[in-house]
Design a protein around this ligand. Structure first.
Ligand code: ATP
Length: 268
């Protein structure tokens, strides 16, 4: 189980001229700092899939990077199975499988070598790595390109190898930043089936997405972030009930939530 409470992260603005027009008007901009994440809280238990939603720039990636220890929060806590991961980042790296939206593959290595390299970094034996790769090659439909160099992979091939690489060590929590962005329908459904399989095994999965159909199909819980703050945190059923099952309307409704009402909506 993972418990996140009161996460916050601000960045120093190096060049205010480079801010977008939207960022210049954003209430999170305070002098020389942009408060990307102001107050984010949610929990995800064994066997649950949590969908993290929010408009562009809401703070989803920043939040997921803090969970994965790639970024250190300014305040707040992250507990995995009761362990404080901010105090024990190495424990966290063993327990979490993180798919970042920006990490690339090594182009000169084959798909297999890219995955294997991460397995070695995690201290797995050659035989364990090979067995895991075989299993994931089937689940993620990678057999046809596993021995090819990654430099000419399509987006779908890259994403499948990146996912396999992120979970090679069988982490107890999987965090995926927009896992299906840019993928075609076949690759998307393979990735979704893979998430479903993790769920069936009892592994909690947290993933960010802009695709509400994925949330409807896979998620038990929904967390919506707007301008760096949690504005909704409850079950999929409660999210759906905000607007008689019309997911996009539910989403828009959560964004209308005033801060004063937040404490009523956020149900930790
Ligand atoms: N290293 C950084 N330095 C300065 N500002 C940053 C940094 N990282 C993120 N931000 C800003 O913080 C805000 C939140 O960014 P983040 O990438 O977390 O949003 P997001 O919800 O993942 O958006 P999207 O849906 O577009 O991927 C954005 O305005 C972004 O420009």
């Amino acid at each position: 189980m993972i418990e996140i409470a009161g996460l916050a992260k601000r960045f120093e603005v190096e060049n205010p001229k480079k801010l977008s027009e939207q960022e210049k008007k954003d209430p999170r901009l305070k002098g020389r700092y942009f408060q990307s994440v102001r107050d984010v809280s949610f929990t995800c238990q064994s066997g649950e899939v949590l969908g993290l939603l929010g408009p562009n720039g809401a703070g989803k990636t920043t939040t997921l990077r803090m969970l994965s220890t790639a970024l250190r929060p300014d305040s707040g806590s992250v507990l995995i199975d009761g362990q404080d991961i901010l105090a024990n980042p190495n424990v966290a790296r063993k327990k979490i499988g993180f798919l970042s939206s920006s990490t690339g593959l090594y182009g000169r290595l084959t798909g297999r070598e890219n995955i294997s390299y991460f397995g070695e970094l995690h201290g797995l034996s050659k035989s364990t790595i090979n067995a895991r790769i075989e299993e994931m090659a089937d689940l993620l439909d990678m057999q046809s390109f596993l021995e090819r160099r990654a430099e000419n992979f399509s987006s779908g091939m890259k994403q499948k190898v990146s996912i396999a690489r992120a979970v090679i060590h069988e982490p107890s929590l999987v965090v995926l930043d927009e896992p299906t962005t840019g993928l075609d329908i076949m690759a998307t459904s393979t990735v979704m089936e893979f998430i479903q399989r993790l769920k069936d095994k009892g592994t909690p999965v947290i993933f960010s997405t802009h695709h509400l159909d994925e949330v409807q199909t896979l998620c038990d819980k929904v967390t919506v972030i707007n301008q760096g703050e949690t504005v909704f945190n409850d079950s999929l059923a409660a999210f759906s009930a905000l607007s008689d099952g019309q997911m996009h309307k539910s989403f828009l409704k959560t964004l209308e939530t005033e801060s004063q009402e937040k404490s009523n909506v956020v149900n930790l």
